[in-house]
Write a protein that binds this ligand. Structure first.
Ligand code: NI
Length: 210
């Protein structure tokens, strides 16, 4: 028999959707404070503040890695969490599509998924999770402090969403994808939901400039 949602269930859903919209807006406001502006060409964004910096994390194979481990490669970075029901999977699929659209230049780009929920996103979990999206993805996790530090340097906002009724918690988080140069310098960032082909074209321009 088909279940028809009750008014109460619909109300809860609407409240949840409203909360997500407000959270996204607040996250956008916070990052907007950092002087983010559209770049003249392509869909990329520039920032008036420093974005990125050193990190010390653990990859999905259990190996300790720092930012210098990836020198010589462009970094294509997303912050999210494995239990995210919709936003993160959509963005990771978009990133995989952008990587494929880059063609041979993709070899110069390392896609990274950095969890903002290290309590659940263990190395074992991340190994299975990132492989679902692209074989070249590397998942990174770490201590709560290490994750807080890297998120701060990338101006990433995140927090546990309070919901006493749910057995599993959700995370609120900002939704930007970062593109860093092969020497670790910030190049540009993209809003979540940006067309993968357009992202690939922008990345190719930066890679072409060297
Ligand atoms: Ni998410």
């Amino acid at each position: 028999m088909k279940r028809t949602p009750t008014i109460a269930q619909i109300s809860i859903m609407l409240i949840a959707l409203g909360t997500i919209a407000i959270t996204a807006f607040v996250a956008w406001q916070r990052i907007a404070d950092t002087g983010i502006t559209e770049t003249a060409e392509g869909p990329g964004l520039s920032a008036a503040v420093k974005i990125g910096g050193p990190f010390a994390l653990t990859n999905h194979l259990g190996k300790n890695v720092s930012d210098t481990a990836y020198r010589g490669r462009y970094l294509y970075i997303y912050f999210g969490y494995g239990y995210c029901p919709d936003v993160c999977p959509t963005e990771l699929a978009n990133m995989a599509a952008a990587i494929d659209a880059l063609g041979p230049q993709a070899d110069k780009v390392q896609p990274l998924f950095i969890t903002i929920d290290p309590e659940r996103d263990t190395t074992e979990f991340l190994a299975e999770y990132v492989a679902q999206f692209h074989p070249r993805f590397i998942g990174l996790t770490g201590s709560l402090e290490a994750i807080a530090a890297v998120a701060k340097s990338y101006r990433v906002f995140y927090r546990k969403a309070k919901d006493e009724n749910a057995s599993e918690y959700l995370m609120d988080h900002s939704n930007f994808i970062y593109f860093m140069g092969d020497h670790g310098r910030f190049l540009t960032m993209f809003r979540g939901g940006t067309n993968p082909e357009a992202v690939a074209k922008t990345m190719a321009k930066y890679i072409g400039k060297g």
